[in-house]
Design a binder for this molecule. Structure first.
Ligand code: SF4
Length: 392
């Protein structure tokens, strides 16, 4: 079996990635929010230049699929007219920011995001690796503790604003005016101290290897970060949260959603419709918090991904009703596990020849407890997923 190809960078709009169904063009909404005009515009561009399918990513981005090389230029022009394109590929790559979707006017979150985005757009901003990212989680309640990031802007004791390197329990006190500057200082320190020796690297791994963060970032202890319960669709004080099967929707769905209000893109592959009291009655939305599809993750798989060894989504659909109530299932087309890098109660991984391995409480790269399964075996014997002991 050949190992999956690790590219070490994520697609953007200006630097799209080729997939099995054409270019993947990933848009980073500013402040984690699309105005109705932007959302409608993206839907129209997806239908015109892509294959009409739109994904939500775990970094709260929106990606268009099925774009041809010839269509990329006109698509970028259209996105630029909507205010969705950065000045350079490097600036786009650096502006890797996930924002709490629960920000409110007056809580300072959007001000911090704007100043951070502006600082990262400067030509002399630290050129961190492609996957290096930030979360701005300084709203009333932390909700991004489980979202991958290298630098975290959050609230510390007494509500103080804190800039913290991922992987340690302390950070530097900040204000709305200084948070971006401190975050970039930390990114510079990461590069200067060898955090990305071959152009790749993450903050937590750098610290785990023994790097000591600058003294300034040891002064304020972080608050214990209890895991927030997984968000579910439904009404919220700020609007209505809706989910999508595998985080994917048709362009028409996005267009109709935009008629209900501005859209906050979440890292949970859901959208918060600002101010909405109910979800529009259109196909393709998950609005039932008990829908088992909310506990299923599956990457694009075959045929959309050239590395995929199995078709993931039909199998995930077939098995979702068989899951034990609290279990989460991740179906991965190969050992790379792009759709869910973290451990899952159940992970099915495609292997050479179309065989499937089952991993319990691990990631797609972990040791399987069962090997050589097939889609037919799994769908005919779903008890394989719920049994507590695997056959020797
Ligand atoms: S995990 Fe899925 S999407 Fe990622 S490379 Fe493998 S098959 Fe492709």
């Amino acid at each position: 079996m050949s190992d999956p190809v690790i590219k070490g960078w994520c697609p953007g709009a200006l630097r799209p990635m080729m997939s099995g169904d054409g270019l993947v063009v990933r848009i980073r909404p500013r402040g984690g929010r699309l105005t109705p005009e932007q959302a409608k515009g993206i839907a129209a561009l997806s239908a015109q230049y892509g294959n009409g399918l739109i994904d939500l990513s775990a970094r709260a981005n929106v990606q268009l699929r099925g774009v041809t090389e010839d269509a990329h230029g006109p698509l970028i022009e259209g996105l630029a007219a909507l205010g969705l394109i950065d000045e350079t590929t490097e600036a786009e790559s650096r502006r890797n920011i996930v924002v709490t979707p629960y920000w409110q006017d007056g809580d300072g979150v959007q001000e911090v995001v704007r100043s951070l985005a502006k600082a990262l757009g400067q030509p002399d901003a630290p050129q961190t690796p492609g996957k290096f990212g930030y979360v701005v989680d300084c709203g009333n309640q932390p909700v991004l503790s489980e979202t991958s990031a290298d630098i975290r802007i959050e609230r510390g004791p007494g509500g103080v604003l804190l800039v913290r390197p991922d992987g340690v329990g302390s950070g530097a006190e900040a204000t709305q005016q200084t948070a971006a500057r401190l975050a970039l200082r930390l990114a510079e320190w990461f590069l200067e101290t060898g955090g990305a020796p071959d152009g790749r690297g993450r903050m937590a791994a750098h610290l785990a290897r023994g790097a000591r963060q600058p003294k300034l970032f040891t002064e304020i202890p972080a608050l214990p970060r209890a895991s927030a319960p997984a968000p579910v669709p439904g009404p919220l004080p700020l609007g209505y949260l809706v989910g999508f099967e595998f985080g994917q929707m048709a362009a028409e769905t996005l267009s109709v959603l935009a008629e209900s209000g501005a859209l906050r893109i979440t890292p949970w592959r859901m959208i918060l419709i600002e101010g909405a009291k109910q979800a529009p009655a259109i196909p393709g939305l998950i609005t039932d918090p008990a829908d088992p599809m909310l506990r299923v993750t599956a990457c694009t798989g075959a045929p959309g991904c050239p590395q995929a060894l199995i078709a993931t989504r039909p199998l995930a659909r077939a098995l979702c009703a068989s899951l034990a109530p609290a279990d989460r299932l991740h179906v991965s087309g190969c050992a790379k596990g792009c759709a869910h890098p973290a451990p899952s109660a159940l992970t099915l991984v495609g292997r050479a020849g179309g065989a499937i391995d089952l991993i319990r409480n691990g990631t797609a790269a972990d040791t399987p407890s069962r090997t050589g399964l097939s889609p037919a075996t799994l769908t005919a014997t779903p008890a394989l997923l719920t049994e507590t002991q695997d056959a020797p």
